[in-house]
Design a protein around this ligand. Structure first.
Ligand code: KMH
Ligand code: ZN
Length: 277
């Protein structure tokens, strides 16, 4: 059983993503040095987990295993954050490379529960791939975070857990990623429908809303007792028309939203307990 008090708030920061270009957003952390500095600032501000996408020397998304491994090591050396590598990558990454992400030995990995239209692109997660990635996470002792872009993916999570059992670590944490054009809308109604449909085995969940849905989803998540994911992967403005300065600014706002909801940011040790890392 987790002994993390119920008022604790897990704040996950997703600082980079795979969609925004450095040219469009120079403050996006794309180098290892920028990522480590961002991670430290976000940890100091109240984040306990980091969801990581990395870039190459030209700031393009990459799943290069050497870089991923060096990134995990650098984040472990410089912070106590739970390090979660994205296995979603970019919409252009092949499935076999996405499986290899686990070779970089993260604490956690994202695991999206189905294929989603993603703007004009397709974020491909065929069922056999989902099953293979899940079994690999069990073998490699990496704690998955189930990413839910749509209500049907909640049902897929029931199927997966029924077929293959609990994740490594014995806890079940998922994250609603809402407001992607092609996925479920970033509304309180959609979040409540998703939360009400979760498998009983789920022990914790967070939510994030893309773009303008970031505040409605964050507030709805707190109202429903959930946790928060924030960061420049998901939103690039702090208010209408005002660009985000830094990921830490988004973490600070999440801390303030949590304070209003009488929730205290979780420590990294508490996050490890909560997630079974
Ligand atoms: N970049 C998106 C296509 C994940 O990190 O697992 C997929 C994504 C989900 O961001
Ligand atoms: Zn991601």
């Amino acid at each position: 059983m987790s002994t993390v008090p119920a008022d604790r708030l897990l704040i996950t920061v997703a600082p980079t993503g795979a969609e925004t270009t450095k040219a469009d957003c120079p403050q996006l952390p794309t180098t290892l040095e920028e990522l480590v500095a961002t991670a430290r600032a976000c940890e100091a501000a109240g984040a306990a987990m980091i969801h990581v996408h990395i870039r190459d020397d030209e700031h393009r998304p990459t799943l290069d295993l050497g870089r991923l491994t060096a990134t995990v090591e650098a984040l472990h050396e410089s912070t106590d954050l739970v390090v979660q590598l994205s296995t979603g990558g970019s919409v252009h990454d092949p499935l076999d490379q996405r499986l290899k992400v686990l070779d970089a030995k993260p604490d956690s990995c994202s695991l999206t529960m189905g294929t989603t239209n993603f703007g004009d692109d397709v974020f491909s997660n065929p069922w056999p791939f989902v099953c293979e990635l899940y079994q690999l996470s069990q073998d490699r002792e990496v704690v998955p975070e189930f990413e839910l872009f749509d209500l049907g993916q909640v049902h897929a999570m029931h199927r997966l857990l029924d077929r293959y059992g609990l994740p490594y670590g014995g806890r079940v944490h998922c994250d609603f990623v809402m407001g992607v054009p092609g996925g479920m809308p970033g509304t309180a109604d959609a979040l409540v429908a998703g939360v009400n449909a979760l498998p009983e085995a789920v022990t914790s969940w967070s939510a994030t809303g893309i773009g303008r849905s970031t505040l409605p989803v964050g507030l709805a998540s707190l109202s429903k007792g959930g946790h928060l994911r924030v960061g420049m992967e998901d939103v690039l403005t702090i208010s209408r028309g005002v660009p985000v300065d830094s990921n830490a600014q988004l973490v600070e706002r999440a801390v303030e939203m949590g304070r209003l909801a009488q929730r205290t940011p979780m420590t990294t040790d508490e996050a490890r307990q909560l997630l079974g890392v």
